[in-house]
Design a protein around this ligand. Structure first.
Ligand SMILES: [Zn+2]
Ligand SMILES: [Zn+2]
Length: 357
């Protein structure tokens, strides 16, 4: 090995050092490209709301913060180096990284292709460790990532990649539950909340052929909802409009992470209908079991997707021309983007341009 090889790959990132700290340039070293690894030159990284929760240590029990933290798990870029055994990628290929970069590969979840539920805990893309449980992982607010090819995603897009980045978390988070409940033509689908996740839910459900209704508390979002492809728009506080829709939906995706009552939405499901929640409000919700029992309804949760399904989602999006609506920013504006994301003042995802970081 050369001296350079033992030192690994110098990487420029942006890190925060405490819940209150501002992001600052942070130089660190990625591992050298191993036989099964690819080096990705990052072009864009989306800002997911969970970046904010973790950077500010708002999930101390679920995902305690370790600093310095380089967030970012909606990563898109181009392969600039491949290891000797790599077959899936060649130099120049577009490639993506989602919420995890490795897993145990042997447990029931990993061998079933649902690595996100790895029973030995997957290696999260940031604010975690590699599977050695020692080496910290740093995310996509950086210019390079070294990853095993089996955990990187292929992206078949010719044009600009900015709108593809959010598919790696917001896209798969909404695609997986839609697929699980076989959403398709002739079905009535509700999307609750029109933020980063909700706007992807609308686009994907439409691309799958469903009739889509957006539920929102903001009347100002109707024009946007329809522009994104929604067939109907309902103000969720309008009891009359909600009442008229009782028992009529096949599937509802609830993307809201603010405290809210689930019961009005469950009541909209028809016989055997399913609602999946993907947002985590700070406090537990009250819930009446009778609303599920009457109507044979299903209430479920869902966490991102496995590597195979994430690839399927990216291929689906390429085929149907689905990308996220994004606002591209330079890394010096991460705090501003965080503040605006917290205020829901973004249509619909901030993406950090890492090409010139
Ligand atoms: Zn995310
Ligand atoms: Zn596993």
């Amino acid at each position: 090995m050369t001296a350079a090889a033992t030192q690994g790959i110098s990487t420029r990132g942006f890190a925060t050092n405490s819940p209150e700290a501002k992001f600052e340039p942070f130089n660190f070293v990625r591992r050298e490209v191993g036989p099964n690894d690819v080096l990705i030159d990052i072009e864009y990284c989306g800002i997911c709301h969970s970046d904010i929760h973790q950077a500010k240590n708002e999930w101390p029990d679920l995902m305690p913060a370790t600093y310095p933290m380089v967030p970012g798990h909606e990563i898109i870029g181009r392969v600039s180096q491949v290891g000797d055994n790599v077959t899936k990628f060649k130099v120049g290929d577009a490639a993506g990284i989602g919420c995890f970069v490795d897993s145990c590969r042997t447990c029931g979840a990993c061998t079933s292709g649902i690595e996100q539920y790895c029973m030995n805990l997957a290696a999260y893309t940031y604010n975690g460790t590699e599977m050695d449980r020692v080496t910290p992982t740093y995310g996509g607010y950086s210019d390079k990532y070294v990853i095993d090819e089996n955990y990187a995603l292929k992206v078949d897009v010719d044009g600009d990649l900015a709108g593809v980045a959010p598919l790696l978390c917001a896209g798969i988070t909404t695609y997986s539950p839609l697929k699980r409940f076989n959403v398709g033509p002739g079905q009535k689908v509700g999307i609750v909340g029109l933020g980063g996740l909700g706007h992807m839910g609308v686009k994907l459900a439409k691309a799958m052929g469903a009739d889509v209704t957006v539920f929102s508390t903001s009347p100002g979002k109707e024009a946007d909802a329809r522009k994104l492809g929604a067939d109907n728009f309902v103000i969720s506080k309008d009891a009359e409009a909600m009442g008229a829709l009782r028992n009529s939906f096949n599937f509802i995706l609830d993307t809201v992470s603010a405290a809210h009552d689930l019961m009005p939405y469950v009541g909209l499901l028809g016989y055997g209908g399913a609602m999946v929640v993907v947002g985590v409000p700070p406090e537990p919700s009250m819930f009446h079991q009778g609303s599920l029992i009457m109507g044979n309804r299903i209430l479920a949760g869902s966490l991102i997707g496995g590597i195979h399904e994430t690839q399927e989602m990216l291929d689906f999006c390429a085929k149907h021309n689905v990308t996220a609506d994004v606002e591209v920013i330079t890394p010096d504006r991460i705090e501003e983007a965080y503040d605006r994301t917290i205020k829901s003042d973004v249509r619909y995802r901030f993406v950090v341009d890492m090409k010139h970081a």
